[in-house]
Write a protein that binds this ligand. Structure first.
Ligand SMILES: Nc1nc2c(ncn2[C@@H]2O[C@H](COP(=O)(O)OP(=O)(O)OP(=O)(O)O)[C@@H](O)[C@H]2O)c(=O)[nH]1
Length: 285
């Protein structure tokens, strides 16, 4: 059946096939596909259990699952839909109907992707917004926990930005935000890093695979790049130019979760501000 479906659909999308439930979940995690076709009857486990496993995983929960099965039992069908499936097609499958149904799903996936792209971006700076950052951090956290990796978060805040705005005007404030955002983008060096505008004059960065020592070096590197922009500030804390303070926090394989990690980075930022601004801080834990 998998081979038949492959032949039937492979001109509509790039397809990959797994021959049992466990391999299917692993394949989904590595490929992050737009759509998953699933049978209820698999060699190693129940297809419904696979669907539930996919829906429990923050990295996979948003991928639509469509059942293709010879189980016509309405109870199984409603259980599949309750488990999060978007559709349930029963055999015998009619090629044109399968193609049309899956075509509709793929179109919806593409439209969703476009909508998400717009919804995830901050219109002033072009960076990701806070909503995207929070969701992406959850995914990166799950990945780090699964693989036992490291992960750090930085909250980057422009110093005395209220004064900058008050003295130079809101429009100039917007120009400054864009320049800082561009410099932060240029400072990103590792694949998988996610940079966002976290709020007004605040930016957030998550760096998968980076522990506290490297995060501090990265924070210091970023702080210097902003100083080098040499954007004049009427009441600068250093050298007459715009500066940033940075709060850092790293996950230490403990039971701290993503939101607590951000709070710790925010508390470190508060310390940086209190200690005179234009610096990176982290908290002892
Ligand atoms: N131009 C502009 N200003 C903004 C925007 N969003 C927030 N702000 C301003 O950013 C300023 C932030 O001020 P505060 O939170 O007091 O922080 P601060 O003056 O930078 O002081 P510290 O963070 O303690 O160094 C406020 O005056 C906001 O109006 C924006 O999109 N554009």
């Amino acid at each position: 059946m998998a081979k038949l479906l492959y032949l039937l659909l492979n001109d509509m999308a790039e397809m990959s096939v797994a021959t049992c439930g466990l391999k299917g979940v692993a394949l989904a995690a590595s490929l992050q596909p737009a759509l998953i076709l699933l049978d209820t009857d698999l060699p190693d486990m129940d297809g419904l259990a696979v669907c539930k496993a996919l829906k429990c995983d923050p990295m996979l929960e948003s991928i639509p699952v469509l059942f293709l099965t010879d189980d016509c039992n309405t109870q199984t069908e409603s259980a599949a839909l309750e488990a999060g499936a978007v559709d349930y097609l029963t055999k015998p499958l009619h090629a044109p109907i399968v193609r049309a149904r899956i075509g509709t799903r793929l179109t919806l996936c593409r439209q969703n992707l476009k909508l998400q792209e717009v919804a995830n971006v901050d219109s002033l700076t072009g960076l990701y917004n806070r909503c995207y950052f929070d969701a992406a951090l959850k995914v990166e956290f799950a990945r780090a926990k699964r693989h036992g990796g490291q992960l750090s978060v930085a909250i980057i805040d422009i110093d005395n930005f209220k004064i900058y705005n008050a003295r130079l005007g809101h429009q100039q404030g917007d120009v400054c935000l864009r320049l800082v955002a561009q410099a932060l983008e240029r400072s990103m060096r590792r694949p998988g890093e996610i940079l966002a505008r976290y709020g007004g004059e605040q930016f957030a960065l998550v760096t998968p695979g980076v522990g506290l020592v490297d995060a501090l070096a990265m924070g210091e590197w970023i702080r210097q790049r902003i100083c080098e922009l040499a954007i004049p500030h009427p009441q600068s804390v250093s050298g007459g130019n715009v500066t940033v303070s940075i709060g850092l926090a790293s996950w230490k394989n403990d039971d701290v979760d993503d939101t607590v990690l951000v709070s710790i980075a925010n508390a470190a930022l508060y310390t940086a501000k209190r200690s005179g601004r234009n610096r990176c801080e982290t908290l002892e834990r």
